[in-house]
Design a protein around this ligand. Sequence first.
Ligand code: GLC
Length: 714
Amino acid sequence: MNRIDTIMARMTLPEKLGQLTMTASGYAVTGPVIAGDSTQAIIDGTIGNLLNMVGAGPVHEMQRLAVEKSRLGIPLLIGLDIVHGHRTLFPIPLAEAGLFDDALWERTAREAAREGAAEGLAMTFAPMLDVSRDPRWGRTAEGPGEDPWLNVRIARAKVRGFQGTDLSSAESLAACAKHFVAYGPVTAGREYAAVDISERTLHEVHLPAFAAAVRAGVATVMPAFTDLNGVPMTAHVPLLRGWLRGEMGFDGVIVSDYNAIAELIKHGVAADLVDAAVLALKAGVDIDMMADAYRKGLPVALEQGRVSIDEIDASVRRVLRLKEQLGLFDDPYRRGAVPEPAAAVAERHRLARDVASRAVVLLKNERNTLPLPAETKALAVIGPLADASTEMKGPWWGAGEHEPATSVLAGLRAALKKTELRHAPGVAIDSADDSGIDEAVALCDGADAVLLCLGERATMSGEAASRATPALPGRQQALAEAVTARAHVLGIPVIAILFSGRPLVIPWLAEHADALLAAWFLGREAGHAIADVLTGRVSPGGRTPMSWPRAVGQIPIHYGPRPTGRPMNPADYYTSKYQDVENTPLFAFGHGLTYGRFSYDELRVDPPRVREHETLRVSVGLRNDGARAAEETVFLFAHAKLSRVTRPLLELKGYAKLRLEPGAAGSVTLELPAAELRYLGPDLQPLFEPGEVEILVGPSAEATGLLRQTIELC
Ligand code: GLC
């Protein structure tokens, strides 16, 4: 018999249910804290997994209890939300999505895994793969943005980064593809609300990244809290057992979200904890995170004959197999045995700064306001986010809660030693008190430019942080108007920097600021990264992975909507439009300026007729007509002109980058396998259909900037 069979043959029911239980934990001055239980449960083998234990010492202390004190010595699986870094916080995932750089996505995940594993952790609850087209939803901050194809790329890169090529390595973590599935389209953007979407949207938009994660070998999957079309995901047999385990062949561990099994009672589909435990186990959920439904409910369900010991054993086996794959049986202290060398940590900080500066999106730059002129003598640095180092960490700070982060002011002080930096917050982030506005306005006099640092508190996005009006909070709009009015009287530029976990609805600021940047939440090195961009040390290249609405009423909004029989036509009243707002977003998916000025020419798509097994070669010429070197991101979209179902007007199928010196020219070539132009036919099965397809190339999804050529699938 193999190790797992041998162990299982000896396990009692309480020990089996312990392996199906994951409990929150921590370390207080009095010692370890096990939520709702005690360390005795670890010794008894009735808790087999923990989350939220931080630090190699505490993690190893808990591991020793399991390995050396319990009857069977089964090691603990200990996980944490290492979502955008462990102690070294990288930009939030939404900001990272805007890098459009698979290698960097993988690299930051690898570095986060190294740092977390160096403290004994073996699992992260990431990547979060929830497509979001609704900035009201706070968890937009944690995800890939609005595009399913981009989400697939991120899924692959993050699973590779977290898990590496050897899951048993001391530097690897088990990744967790979450939240399965379609959590993003919660009703009205309200957190945890019900989700109602079509089967087509589910398969076209929300499932692809989970398929990619499974193909990339993701070790675990976490169902979403939400109900999908009337069935809570934690009990969703067709999608968990049918699609994920059946069609996709996923044989890893499904771990519930926090208390989600017990919440089946509140969903109204379980009468009590026994019912809830039965529903979740039958759906294939292996580990019960924090509901204690399995330990309390399954013995009763077993007695009642509603579940079998075989069903329980199947889950236990998957959990033990994961622990074996992680090398926990061979060497439970492998992770965290050796502290990381200081040089590795320093290199990680440098990476954090590089990634952060690349994630900044330059949304507007009138009259080349940026980069700041070298002779800048005085800057008025105004706004509640200017000296807010903690906010720079964004939501999900993991183990980085007490780690340093650089504010904008600190970054500027380090970068502009000869420039006078005058600072006033003007207002607090979200208070009604605007008594500080006059003092802030006064700083403009004698300054060469104004930096307006505005936006959200870190906790205004992330979990349980939906906002019905995702605009500037508090009295920041009043501050912006007062400062801008004074600055424009003085003839000095206003550079607005937005900090948020989502696109904000900021039409006034977009119109009146001379330059506008989306800085999201950039993590540990935020201030230095922003100073790198403002001073021109780095030419900004970030692109927005979500459309920016002009008005809340446009939400949900995304590029590539399905067509309408009455497309917008100014000459025809009866066409698809609003009476009060344009249909287009304020900033399109993929939008982001650089310090260069790129012109496109000569789009070539070969061959003009292509069969399913062939590959299209798409090339476009580029020239940098600007005065500064810069890196352009070129997007490739497709649009099928005729199909058996309505198709998105634009679908992202590729991207590439090209850095050019001033005046230099070059070209970008992207290869597009024709098979990528399949779509889901009326029966939701992949279909490669002869017909005309438009290939479009440009700097964003904004229609006027796209070069296009029609090819034929045959
Ligand atoms: C939270 C989140 C989930 C997270 C888990 C553990 O409620 O929904 O994303 O991984 O609980 O912290």
